[in-house]
Design a protein around this ligand. Structure first.
Ligand SMILES: NC(=O)C1=CN([C@@H]2O[C@H](COP(=O)(O)OP(=O)(O)OC[C@H]3O[C@@H](n4cnc5c(N)ncnc54)[C@H](OP(=O)(O)O)[C@@H]3O)[C@@H](O)[C@H]2O)C=CC1
Ligand SMILES: CC(C)CCC[C@@H](C)[C@H]1CC=C2C3=C(CC[C@@]21C)[C@@]1(C)CC[C@H](O)C(C)(C)[C@@H]1CC3
Length: 418
């Protein structure tokens, strides 16, 4: 379906060429990281120890496991929810409804895995299966994105995302055409963003911890820290599930290969890199340094949670007593912008907190390898680019009011630096 006249958004990610390059580069990087993490030298920038053949990547069992996992998470999504939240207003003035039962899904998954392990489920075999599982997840994401692209051909213009409808097949396939693809009340983007990948990530971490305990008698302090920090991050995302409804992914981006691959493959297999590294390269860590790293994580979490909750509370109800006293700027759209509190410190305080936590996740792995810092480096690049995209969208949305906000709050992510 051709995009409606006048609705063309400027191309992002380097246009069709950039999108094609990313579609190749992202899976290649993911497999590189998986291979390098288990190699002796663990060199991020060195060549992989070997190139795996198709027989090592492809396994029907891994695909079955991957689909079973998706099926289990979909079933948990469909269970009765403690609350149903409304999303932001859409182009046609309607609002979608979303079940809030992500934390319940995490707890039920933990119970099921616990039962499985006590009945003899070999969870510690999972680390050996990471390559074929990552391959199966990539294949699933690719086929899923193709189906989403086809589904969008039947969608009305009002259901399309602002980007991702350029008319170029590769670009639109990558960015995603439809904003909120659904079948009945099952919202694919909302489901994928928070459940299979995030819960899969902590499950992989746990399997790595168990395997370390089997290999060395007990898990190392560094492995406990990485597992604890990342479980807190995932638990928080699911506990405050409703806050995802005001993020860029849900309100602006279409659902295409970028998010499908990001959610289903990239997150579980690359975000667990520190735990993978620690299994093959144990690192000594004493309590004084561990306490200092915990403090860094706590500071990052405090800023991240404070900023995200403040914006979410304000967007849901500006008269909520927790935000009613904050200073704001009015905009022509009728929505206001916060200029005090966390959002008066820098224009993306939530990114700052997230980056501080990212650093805390790498530090338990020592300072002699660059590989465990991959997440911090990639995340810095992702957030700088994301901030730039958001800035452009806000300038367009809020015009002069946004310029006033930038004048009042001149730094983007790091006070007095950037
Ligand atoms: N771990 C990971 O891999 C990733 C994590 N993240 C995290 O996800 C979270 C969400 O990030 P993201 O969706 O990018 O961005 P934000 O949650 O920061 O959302 C940006 C939107 O917030 C609104 N906003 C901006 N400034 C103000 C203000 N002063 N007052 C009120 N509203 C404002 C605007 O939308 P509007 O005005 O329309 O409401 C803007 O478009 C962050 O914590 C980020 O760190 C993000 C990407 C990857
Ligand atoms: C690597 C590609 C170019 C892009 C892929 C990006 C995705 C992996 C991320 C885009 C936004 C994300 C968010 C989270 C996870 C990573 C992706 C999907 C998030 C769910 C992590 C937990 C947080 O608490 C959050 C705020 C809910 C995050 C929302 C954005």
């Amino acid at each position: 379906m051709a995009p409606p006249q006048g609705s063309r958004a400027p191309l992002e990610f380097g246009g069709p060429l950039g999108a094609a390059a990313l579609m190749l580069l992202l899976p290649v990087t993911m497999f590189h990281l998986l291979l390098v993490a288990r190699s002796g030298p663990a060199r991020l920038l060195g060549p992989p120890p070997y190139l795996p053949g198709l027989e090592e990547l492809w396994s029907p069992w891994a695909l079955l496991l991957c689909l079973t996992w998706l099926g289990l998470q979909a079933a948990l999504y469909l269970l009765p929810a403690r609350k149903v939240a409304e999303g932001q207003e859409l182009k046609d003035k309607s609002r979608l409804r979303y079940p809030i039962n992500g934390f319940q899904a995490l707890v039920l998954t933990a119970l099921l895995v616990g039962l499985g392990v006590s009945a003899g489920l070999p969870l510690s075999a999972l680390p050996e299966m990471l390559l074929p599982l990552a391959f199966a997840a990539t294949l699933t994401a690719f086929i899923f994105s193709l189906l989403l692209y086809l589904k969008a051909l039947l969608a009305p213009a009002s259901a399309l995302a602002p980007g991702g409808n350029s008319g170029n097949l590769i670009y639109d396939f990558f960015l995603g055409r439809e904003l909120n693809p659904r079948i009945c009340s099952f919202d694919f983007k909302y489901f994928c963003e928070l459940r299979p990948g995030l819960i899969g990530w902590v499950l992989i971490n746990l399997a790595l911890l168990i395997q370390e305990a089997e290999l060395r008698g007990s898990p190392s302090l560094a492995m406990w820290l990485v597992n604890g920090f990342q479980l807190l991050y995932v638990g928080d995302a699911l506990w405050y599930e409703e806050a995802v409804l005001t993020t860029m992914d849900i309100i602006h981006d279409g659902f295409g290969f970028m998010l499908a691959f990001g959610d289903l493959a990239w997150v579980p297999f690359t975000y667990s890199l520190q735990a993978q590294f620690l299994l093959y390269h144990p690192q000594p860590l004493g309590w004084p340094l561990a306490s200092f790293i915990c403090l860094i994580n706590a500071v990052g979490y405090y800023i991240f949670r404070g900023a995200n909750s403040q914006k979410n509370t304000f967007r849901k109800n500006p008269s909520d007593p927790r935000v009613a006293d904050l200073e704001t700027i009015s905009t022509a759209t009728g929505r206001r912008l916060l200029v005090s509190g966390w959002w008066g410190m820098v224009r993306h305080p939530n990114y700052l907190g997230d980056l501080i936590m990212a650093l805390a996740w790498s530090l338990p792995c020592g300072v002699f390898h660059l590989l465990p810092y991959f997440y911090f480096l990639y995340f810095t690049a992702l957030l700088v680019h994301r901030e730039d995209r958001d800035e452009r969208q806000c300038r367009q949305k809020y015009g002069l009011a946004w310029h006033e906000y930038c004048r009042r709050v001149p730094y983007r992510i790091v006070p007095y630096i950037y």
